[in-house]
Each structure stands twice: as C-alpha cells, then as structure tokens.
Design a protein around this ligand. Structure first.
Ligand SMILES: Cc1cc2nc3c(=O)[nH]c(=O)nc-3n(C[C@H](O)[C@H](O)[C@H](O)COP(=O)(O)O)c2cc1C
Length: 324
C-alpha cells in the first residue's frame, strides 16, 4: 500500500492514488505524488502519463481515517459528492473545459534552477572519445527516448524517425561511413535522426486521428487544421522545400535530445560528419520514406578525452543576443 501526504486548502489527509489504466492496472509507482487543490491532481509520474488516454480515470481512494470535510477538494464536482466520498473517480481529460483542470497541470514538476541549467550546458561538450565500457542505464535511456518523442515540431507533425542503433556490429559498420570517427562504435547508444522525404495525406491523417484519440474529440472538428496542413505540406507552394522543412524539425529533436541528456548527466556528440546516403542504405531507410539527416552518439566520456577540459568557445553574449 502506498501512502502519501496531500495538503488541501482546508484539510490534510493520507491517501492512496493509482490509475485504472490498461497499461498500469491499479498500480501506483512510488514516484507518484499529488496535490489537488480545487480537485486537480498536479503531479504525476511521467512514465504513467505516457500511456494515458482520454478515457483514463484517476482513482483517489481515501484513507478511512481521513478528515471527512472535503468540500474544497471536490469543488468542481461538489454536486456529485454531497457526502465526502471514500473513493472518487475523476476523468483525466474531461471533455468540458475547466480552467483549473488541465492535463498539462498534471505535468507540473520541480524545474531545474537557472544555475543548474547553465552548469549542465557548460558540462556538456561534443565528446570525441566515449568510454565503451560504460552503458546508459535502461531507465535513463527510456527518459531520453521520451525526450525525443516529446520534441515539438511544426504543426505537431513529427516528420521523423529516430533510429536507435544498439547492435554493436551495425555500429562498427557506421564508423567508416562517419569519416572514420569512432563515436558510433564506442558510445552506449547511437541515434540516427531521419526525416520524411515528402508529406502525404496519409501523414496528415495519421496526426489527425492521433489528435482525435488523445484529446477525445471527433476528427470532423479538426477539418480546418487538416486542410491547412495539406495545403502547406502535401501540395506546397512553389519554392517550399518539404524535405528541408522536415530536416529542420529533425534538428530540433537533436537539440532537445542533447540538452535533455546533459540535464541527466549523459554525454553526447552530435554528428554531421557522416555519409547520409550510406547510412540510409545500411539502415533500410528509403523503403520507409525517410532519409538520414544527422546523428548523435550518447554515453559517457572516456577519462582520457582531452576535449573534456578544453574551454568552451562561444561569441560574447552581446554579439549574438540583440535586445530590442
Ligand atoms: C549539427 C552538428 C554536427 C556536428 N558534427 C560533428 C561531428 O561530426 N563530429 C564531431 O566530433 N563533432 C561534431 N559536432 C560538434 C561541434 O564541433 C561542437 O558542438 C562545437 O565545436 C561546439 O563545441 P561543444 O559542443 O563541445 O560545446 C557537431 C555539432 C553539431 C551541432
């Protein structure tokens, strides 16, 4: 039994919280903590959030010894709960919009301090020599894959594939295709960022149906959005290079990945020094309609990588930041 202390506007109680979810049946990962002033669960483990759907419910089971005055807590649905409930099932993504009841609130987590952000960005550098003996732990890697998936993209279209090359034999083959750089073979995980060659109506509809599924809305409500995306990317204006647009999105994922890795103490090396066409061939990407754009090695720096101690070379702030 998992117990945690929740603070409410007018009462304090112990409670148990778990989700009813196909992927997490009645489970409660120990990291789950919640505060729900005004009936909102503010904090939840990201690993649970990843599989949640519009139909999921949070189930709050109250400890019998809890104070019975819960009016403020259940205020959004007070009329349904005239008497304090012992168990309340609350829709995670209610169709009716409530200003204080948004899934993004659920994600509110402790943010890094400005100092720790700068410290980690100084700590990171483009690693030339990885320690081949050090592998990224599975839970750390899972978080980094999630950072890739959570990368924002234009229209939200996610025109990419992230090919995670873990097979050592394949990684060895990538070395001669990478200007003989050894990072692909020595790192722990090697990611190839591939982008869509062209956008089709099927690509657009894939996003439309996923949006409808995740947000619990009908596809017909997204007709205008669909039309705009088709006009921009499936039948683009003359001069608009869709492949280039998709490649730019892949670079956003690269930046997001490197920063995420630095924040959790994982080293990386972004790599453009590769032969994309040969990567495509080795990884079978053309069959899927994707092309290699850039790659990134991830792992842990070797103790003797001399680049680790070189001072960072950046232009002065005032040369690159213009305030108007
Ligand atoms: C898109 C991109 C491609 C890069 N390609 C390579 C590469 O192929 N090999 C390499 O050793 N470093 C590569 N780098 C690393 C840069 O040289 C390095 O980021 C830059 O000099 C700044 O140094 P720092 O990352 O250590 O702060 C690349 C960096 C970026 C952003």
């Amino acid at each position: 039994m998992y117990r945690s202390c929740f603070t409410f506007p007018r009462c304090r109680l112990f409670s148990r919280i778990f989700t009813q979810n196909a992927n997490h049946p009645n489970t409660c990962p120990p990291r789950v903590l919640a505060q729900f002033p005004k009936g909102v669960c503010h904090l939840m483990s990201p690993s649970m959030m990843q599989d949640l759907r519009a139909s999921d419910r949070l189930v709050f089971t109250l400890d019998p010894s809890a104070p019975r005055s819960l009016g403020p807590f259940f205020s959004p649905s007070r009329s349904r709960f005239r008497r304090p409930p012992q168990r309340a099932i609350i829709p995670l993504f209610p169709r009716r919009k409530r200003s204080n009841y948004h899934p993004r609130e659920i994600h509110r987590v402790q943010s890094a301090s400005p100092q720790s952000l700068i410290q980690q960005l100084h700590w990171r550098y483009a690693v030339k020599r990885f320690d081949p003996a050090k592998k990224i732990p599975a839970d750390t890697w899972a978080a980094l894959e999630k950072a890739l998936v959570l990368t924002p993209s234009s229209f939200g279209l996610q025109p990419w594939r992230f090919v995670v090359v873990v097979d050592q034999a394949t990684r060895e083959k990538l070395v001669p295709l990478s200007w003989k750089q050894t990072q692909p073979a020595d790192c722990s995980h090697f990611v190839v960022f591939a982008a869509r060659d062209r956008m089709t109506e099927d690509d657009i509809d894939r996003l439309i149906s996923r949006t409808a599924e995740v947000r619990g809305v009908g596809v017909e409500t997204l007709a205008g959005y669909r039309k705009m995306m088709i006009g921009t990317l499936v039948t683009p204006a003359a001069g608009f290079d869709v492949k280039h647009w998709a490649a730019l999105q892949a670079y956003i994922a690269l930046g997001n990945f490197m920063t995420a890795a630095a924040m959790i103490g994982v080293d990386t090396c972004p790599m453009e020094g590769i032969e994309p066409a040969k990567y495509d061939e080795l990884l079978g990407l053309p069959n899927e309609g994707y092309s290699t754009i850039v790659a990134c090695a991830a792992g842990y720096r070797a103790a003797d990588d001399k680049y680790a101690t070189l001072p960072k070379v950046r232009f002065r702030d005032e040369e690159v930041i213009r305030r108007v």
